[in-house]
Design a protein. Structure first.
Length: 241
């Protein structure tokens, strides 16, 4: 039986525009000063993903954000997207032990090669919001990168609160390792679960698209792309296999 992690608070809302927006509002009002806070919404009316894209959050899926004050620069706290990915992968494997669960750079979780969960980090002065959306009961169709859900995998769909409890417990584990050992303690575990290491990929950047072989990630979490023998570090982009 997995228990709620000590030191973490929780808010559950029937509906929010966005759990990340609620985290922003609380942070700017001085919230989460006494410890990390998980914010969950049973429904989101204006959820969003990376680059401002809409994130569909039908009832039954998990939409949650962790509000933290990690006391480090945004460049360093960006490493926590890998902790969040590992936690979401652990949660998925807990409920779907027979599925092939993997992490995809920079911040997705896959089940049987399809997107099951996404992560969005946002922050401000002294605070960080880690938004995590998991397709428990439903998934979008016709997406550029194919999506799936626990329901599509034939899994008995857990409640949102059950899923959040497992996610929060596993994040607390990875966050504790990061606090003690820095990013390297996450990097090797992330690589062990990474999808497509050694495979050809297409990396879509802000101004161009590059192709090559996915060699892993460096000490800062940047993707290592081997372009005909030259290895290039890519800090931000989207990857397609």
């Amino acid at each position: 039986m997995i228990s709620w992690p000590q030191g973490y608070s929780k808010q559950v809302h029937a509906e929010l525009d966005s759990t990340n927006e609620e985290a922003r509002r609380l942070a700017e009002a001085g919230g989460a000063e006494h410890g990390p806070l998980w914010i969950m919404a049973e429904r989101q009316s204006a959820g969003r993903g990376r680059r401002g894209r809409p994130w569909h959050s039908p009832e039954g899926n998990l939409a949650a954000t962790l509000l933290l004050r990690p006391g480090a620069s945004q460049a360093v706290t960006g490493q926590l997207s890998f902790a969040a990915a590992l936690a979401a992968a652990d949660m998925a494997a807990h409920f779907a032990p027979d599925a092939a669960i993997a992490v995809k750079w920079p911040n997705d979780v896959l089940a049987d090669g399809k997107k099951l969960a996404g992560i969005l980090l946002e922050g401000g002065s002294g605070w960080l919001a880690i938004g995590i959306g998991v397709n428990l009961a439903a998934h979008p169709e016709g997406t550029e990168f194919p999506a799936t859900s626990l329901a599509q995998l034939g899994i008995a769909v857990p409640s949102q609160q059950e899923a959040l409890t497992v996610l929060a417990a596993r994040f607390a584990h990875w966050y504790g390792l990061w606090m003690q050992g820095g990013f390297e303690s996450l990097r090797m575990q992330w690589l062990a679960r990474a999808f497509g290491v050694g495979a050809p990929i297409r990396a879509r950047l802000a101004q161009e698209t590059r192709t090559g072989v996915f060699e892993g990630i460096d000490a800062n979490g940047a993707l290592l792309l081997n372009e005909g023998g030259q290895v290039r570090a890519i800090a931000a982009g989207e990857v397609f296999f």
